[in-house]
Design a protein. Structure first.
Length: 532
């Protein structure tokens, strides 16, 4: 029997660091950005929020969700506080992100781990679901105010929910919830792969209308390990979103949506690792959605984190890019994309930040419990996609040498460009307004259940990738329900095509460039005015 390493991981690393053994924290790849890749330009703005981690009562993670509370086209970000700390609602005012959560009814003193924003009750107002140290709360938005409604759910003993994903899994018109469940802080033991009592089952909740939910979890959807985050995305093009689960101390799980509210596992051998964040995007431009997973990376040798992992459970500590080749066939494209050799990472998201028609990759890094990261922090990553192949190159200008939870994409100033918010834990968050050159088509979609699973593409000049609206890309966060297509130096886009999850197809001829447009479900509801 394999002998487990029972010493807490932080103490082990502290001992190694004290002895001068920092060789397990290598440098990362340093590849120059090719000259043909369009540059980025960002403007840093102050943020009036710093997360405080209570070391004795809660996990260090936090959550965020993008929503437009007042409908003015300038998106706000709900940000979770630590145990004993209020949450925040950040809005751009005079060049600064200020906290305006007072009187909204959204805040709590319990540590917030994850959140998701969408119109759950179909009344046209965006609601908020929040996972905290003390359970799940739905904040129903009516008449300009948020009304808290605790969600009764039977969770496993000694567990908390870290993330919430939303999808209409059975196409009945309302939003169903998938809860990523994790062992709670007092009972967490690092590098535990094979202790059944330590692993906590996830929950799948079917929405039966009027925000009444039924637990429809099966052995497949319960997952096999503690889960950091999950997301819904249509992987086979049948307009039903499938389920992707990022396990801590386990393997990546992909579940096929059988179109009747049930799911079945898809065979996948990812190796056993510490999969934490998930990003989804059509990185190779073939029309289907590819998957990226963060991991502990090459920050230290495998023996440091072996824990109770068996010898017949192959270790995989590196980042993982799965190219979707259709029919639930996936190819490990990590190294050919230049994504091997990087260090510890949390949340990740794909977005075209420089408007060159190629998806870029943003990744949060650093672990607050690792003593070495107090001395040597990774800068976080904006990895620019290359049109010369499926390759990514690290850019400069938005460094974030902090304990970071996830990148968050929001249009903070209402100009249609994707701005960047680094959701950090145990310290201040950071924000950058996107001032990059190049032209773009920017679409705002309703933040409701009908939008989830919608696919958008351009016909004519510009980006070749297809974008799907999916909740919970990153880690404990919900990104904006908007899409940007980079045009490079082109000033015209022939046609925007939107395929909604219910099969309805909408076409917008000659969509305006360099200003946001709002598209509602059903023709001809397209507002091509400046949404600001």
């Amino acid at each position: 029997m394999t002998r487990s390493i029972r010493a807490p991981l932080p103490l082990l690393l502290a001992s190694l660091a004290a002895s001068g053994c920092v060789w397990f924290h290598p440098t990362e790849p340093d590849r120059a950005v090719p000259a043909h890749i369009a540059p980025t330009e960002f403007e840093s703005v102050p943020v009036d929020f710093a997360h405080r981690w209570d070391h004795d009562r809660a996990h260090h993670l936090t959550g965020a969700a993008v929503l437009d509370v007042d409908g003015d086209g300038r998106e706000e970000i709900f940000v979770g506080g630590g145990e004993g700390q209020p949450d925040a609602l950040l809005r751009l005012r005079e060049g600064r992100l200020v906290d305006e959560i007072a009187a909204t009814g959204l805040s709590s003193q319990a540590a917030t781990y994850g959140s998701c924003a969408t119109d759950l009750d179909g009344d046209g107002d965006v609601d908020l679901a929040v996972a905290r140290n003390d359970g799940i709360t739905l904040y129903v938005h009516k008449d300009g105010a948020f009304r808290p409604r605790p969600l009764p759910i039977d969770l496993p003993a000694d567990s908390v929910v870290l993330a919430i994903a939303v999808s209409d899994i059975d196409h009945d018109g309302d939003g169903d919830l998938y809860l990523s469940v994790f062992v709670d802080f007092p009972h967490f033991v690092a590098a535990t792969f094979n202790a059944p009592a330590h692993a906590k089952a996830n929950r799948l909740l079917r929405n039966d209308g009027d925000l009444v939910f039924t637990d429809v979890t099966t052995p497949a959807t319960a997952s096999k390990q503690n889960t950091f985050t999950s997301l819904f995305v249509d992987l086979d093009g049948d307009r039903h979103q499938d389920l992707v689960v990022a396990q801590n101390t386990g393997q990546v799980e992909i579940l096929r949506n059988l179109r009747d509210g049930c799911f079945e596992p898809v065979p996948l051998d990812s190796g056993y690792g510490f999969f934490m964040g998930v990003a989804v995007g059509d990185v190779d431009g073939d029309g289907d959605q590819d998957l990226f997973f963060t991991n502990v990376g090459d920050s230290f040798p495998a023996f440091i984190v072996k824990g109770d992992r068996h010898d017949d459970q192959p270790y995989e500590g590196g980042w993982l890019l799965l190219r979707n080749d259709g029919d639930f066939r996936f190819h490990d494209a990590t190294h050919e994309a230049g994504l091997g050799g990087y260090g510890f990472a949390w949340g990740a998201v794909f977005e075209d930040m420089n408007f060159d028609g190629q998806l870029d990759l943003l990744v949060s890094q650093n672990y607050v419990k690792w003593p070495v990261h107090r001395l040597f922090k990774f800068p976080g990553k904006l990895l620019l996609g290359s049109g010369a192949g499926l390759e990514f190159f690290a850019a400069e200008g938005v460094e974030n040498r902090a304990y970071s939870n996830s990148p968050v994409i929001a249009d903070l100033d209402g100009d249609g460009r994707p701005d960047l918010f680094w959701l950090n834990n145990d310290g201040p968050s950071r924000a950058f307004l996107n001032r990059s050159g190049g032209h773009y088509v920017s679409i705002r979609l309703p933040d409701d259940v009908r939008t989830l699973g919608a696919r958008l593409r351009l016909e004519g000049e510009g980006a070749s990738y297809t974008r799907e609206i999916s909740s919970s890309s990153g880690l404990g966060v919900d990104q904006r329900p908007g899409v940007v297509f980079g045009l490079g130096q082109a000033t015209h886009a022939g046609r925007l095509v939107i395929e909604w999850a219910d099969g309805h197809v909408q076409r917008v001829e000659d969509p305006p460039v360099d200003r946001p447009i709002r598209v509602e479900w059903g023709e001809p509801k397209v507002d091509i005015g400046d949404a600001r």
